[in-house]
Design a protein around this ligand. Structure first.
Ligand code: CP
Length: 308
């Protein structure tokens, strides 16, 4: 049976530690892995827009000696048929599937039908590839590695938060959440309970105290990217902006904090983050985005070859 990556909560802690170590190794021995995907095809299926996920998975497969096919959901027959039927067909050609689907339930249907590994490229509930790249960024930046790092996330409780919550427990990161907007249908209660039980989760609305306590401060979009420019979502966007604007990551909020600035991109400057912080000396945003490449190479190598 194929192993999949829907979220880190479904993986063993030891495998998560091992895959982070592999990502670090691959990054520094890039050309040793040139032939590892030779003759292998990754199918990438996108129901939503993407820059980083698309580019980094395709670049990763090419650098590993394989090939990637990009499918826009709307141009495929997934629009006409059952996910299970189309997935079973894909598995006759592809060594792996990376899918960015809107609904986690559709992704689980794909996972159930697939005989090859399915990687979640971001759904409404989880963004595991981003979370591994985030941990790789902290591990590289901090001499002691991830264990003991203090990460503060300021924003809406969303899919990125769920995967951070899942991955922080095995990697020993203390996470402080400042999330004035919390939709119970989005929150993964199981992962949250685990992090709480391990004493690694603080939840507060005191953003200043949370920043003062942080080695890393992370923010993300206030509205799902598919809705950001949607006229039908204007009212919801305005409502969220009114709640979230006092929590914007800017110099005033940071005060004299020396925390490093993180953002998973795409950036909506003037909303969740002030533009000057993106390019500030403490920003590690581009390192974080670059790390998608090696984090995902490690995921591909682990899922296809069992490497760790
Ligand atoms: N962070 C992220 O997933 O970027 P894209 O939406 O551009 O792929």
């Amino acid at each position: 049976m194929a192993k999949h990556l829907i979220d880190w909560k479904y993986w063993q802690d030891g495998d998560i530690e091992a895959i982070l170590a592999l990502a670090r190794f691959v990054k520094h021995h890039r050309w040793e892995y040139q032939g590892h995907m030779q003759g292998r095809t990754l199918v990438m299926l996108f129901q939503k827009t993407s820059t980083r996920t698309r580019v980094s998975f395709e670049a990763g497969m090419v650098e590993l000696g394989g090939h990637a096919i990009n499918l826009d959901w709307r141009a495929t027959n997934f629009t006409l048929s059952k996910i299970a039927f189309e997935t079973r067909y894909l598995c006759r050609n592809a060594a792996m599937i990376m899918a960015r689907l809107k609904d986690n339930a559709d992704l689980l249907e794909m996972e159930k039908a697939a005989s090859v590994p399915v990687i979640n490229g971001c759904c409404n509930l989880y963004h595991p590839c981003q979370a591994l790249a985030d941990m790789l960024t902290i591990a590289e930046h901090r001499a002691q590695g991830t264990h003991g790092a203090r990460l503060t996330y300021i924003g809406v409780y969303n899919n990125v938060v769920n995967s951070l919550v899942s991955i922080c427990a095995p990697l020993g990161v203390h996470l402080t959440l400042v999330c004035p907007i919390r939709d119970a249908s989005v929150i993964d209660a199981e992962s949250r309970e685990r992090l709480l039980a391990e004493g690694l989760l603080t939840e507060t609305l005191d953003a200043r105290a949370a920043v003062a306590d942080a080695d890393y401060v992370y923010t993300d979009t206030w509205l799902d990217m598919e809705f950001f420019n949607d006229p039908a979502q204007r009212e919801e966007k305005e409502k969220r902006c009114a709640i979230m604007l006092p929590y914007q990551l800017n110099r005033e909020l940071l005060g004299d904090s020396r925390a490093m600035i993180m953002h998973d991109m795409p950036i909506h400057h003037g909303y969740e983050i002030a533009e000057d912080l993106v390019e500030s000396p403490n920003s590690i945003i581009y390192d974080q985005a670059e790390n998608r490449l090696d984090a995902q190479k490690a995921i591909l190598l682990h899922l296809l070859h069992g490497q760790s």
